[in-house]
Ligand binder design. Structure first.
Ligand code: MN
Ligand code: MN
Length: 378
């Protein structure tokens, strides 16, 4: 699109110029909203919110912002946090009511947790690795030498990173006499205790992992909370590739994810998910997603890196790479298993005359469809 030509809400002989006032930058970024495909119809709730439209909390040592149900009301099942820590900085020891799935976008960090039996987990997490903490399990995150940025996904749309249970905050709200009794300390040893939460704060880059480990008599957590998603061999297809992390290869996690890469010109095929809503994080590239909401209702959205997308359970949808670089995004589900239903696979495995009679296309076209799933196509 030429930058010197104002995009106009004109399609064929419909519509007409928008003489303003208008936010031209947003109009340029959202051609599918300004001039939707004629197949769009009716009212579909908003299914996109960018982290760039979210409030950023800035602390000494890092920053964080979140896209939850408050920002994106349709997103009832999951919420996401984008957080960055400077070298050595901490996301403080804490716990919460929701399960947490974390993915390192760049840099690296050390994450630790201790479960209800006192079993240990302490690992370094590199770019492309992920972690999972069950609800209620206390944990912390500390950036290594190059700092870190990561995505957190929670299995509750109303989660807020500002409403977690912090160790410092707990200590600040228990009488010192009780603290002293609990740990076998004396009250006059406790003057340095924080008076309020720390949340994100600066620390020193930790020593090598082997020097930092604590040996619990109860041992390590029985199923590791770390998974190396990028180390996994992708399933490649003409048009892109897919890596799935779910309970089949990451046993601890009750949240499943697919990391999808779509080549320029490629398409994440027409499909839907039979169990849960889909929460998306767009990592790089740009494209559009069309959703079909039944009853003749459909809408198309533009997406780019840093956006969150959401697809309600059972809505038919596709994602098309409209750029000249790979489009990479995460599909996330509040379900231990990743499941999708392919329109093409359904058709290919149904008697061809049934499909032919339904969509008025020759039987030969139906019979030529591959019977195996092809999540991305060109
Ligand atoms: Mn957490
Ligand atoms: Mn999907």
């Amino acid at each position: 699109m030429a930058q010197d030509t104002a995009p106009q809400p004109v399609r064929g002989d419909g519509g007409g110029p928008d003489k303003g006032p208008r936010n031209m930058m947003l109009d340029r970024q959202n051609p599918e909203l300004l001039v939707p495909p004629p197949t769009d119809h009716g009212t579909v709730p908003n299914l996109r919110f960018s982290f760039s439209n979210a409030h950023t909390r800035i602390e000494r040592g890092g920053w964080t912002r979140e896209v939850t149900q408050r920002e994106l009301p349709i997103a009832t099942e999951m919420a996401g946090v984008d957080m960055a820590l400077e070298p050595g900085a901490y996301r403080e020891l804490h716990w919460h009511k929701q399960a947490e799935w974390g993915y390192v976008i760049n840099g690296s960090c050390r994450v630790g947790a201790v479960d209800h039996e006192g079993r240990n987990f302490l690992e370094d997490i590199q770019q492309g690795d992920l972690w999972f903490f069950p609800k209620g399990v206390p944990h912390h995150i500390q950036a290594l030498a190059n700092g870190v940025e990561f995505l957190l996904v929670f299995d509750d749309g109303m989660f807020s990173e500002n409403d977690t249970f912090l160790m410092s905050d707990f200590f600040a709200h228990v009488p010192k006499s009780v603290v002293a009794k609990n740990f076998g300390w004396s009250v006059d040893q406790l003057d340095a205790l924080p008076e309020r939460e720390k949340y994100i704060f600066q620390g020193e880059v930790p020593p090598p992992l082997t020097e930092d480990r604590v040996v619990s008599p109860a041992g390590d957590v029985p199923r590791t909370f770390k998974h190396r998603l990028h180390a996994q061999a992708p399933h490649r297809f003409p048009g892109g590739s897919v890596r799935v992390a779910d309970t089949t290869n990451f046993a601890a996690s009750t949240i499943s994810a697919a990391l999808v890469e779509i080549d320029p010109g490629g398409l994440r095929e027409l499909h839907w998910h039979p169990t849960d809503d889909e929460w998306q994080y767009w990592i790089s590239g740009h494209g559009r997603m069309g959703v079909f909401a039944s009853s003749g209702v459909a809408r198309t959205f533009d997406f780019r890196a840093g956006d969150v997308g959401y697809v309600p359970f059972a809505y038919g949808h596709y994602i098309e790479n409209l750029g000249d670089e790979p489009l990479i995004f995460l599909e996330m589900f509040r379900n231990p298993r990743f499941e999708d239903i392919s329109l093409a696979q359904w058709m290919a495995n149904t008697p061809a005359e049934v499909i032919s009679d339904t969509i008025n296309l020759p039987r030969g076209m139906i019979e030529a469809l591959p019977k195996e799933k092809r999540p991305v196509v060109r």
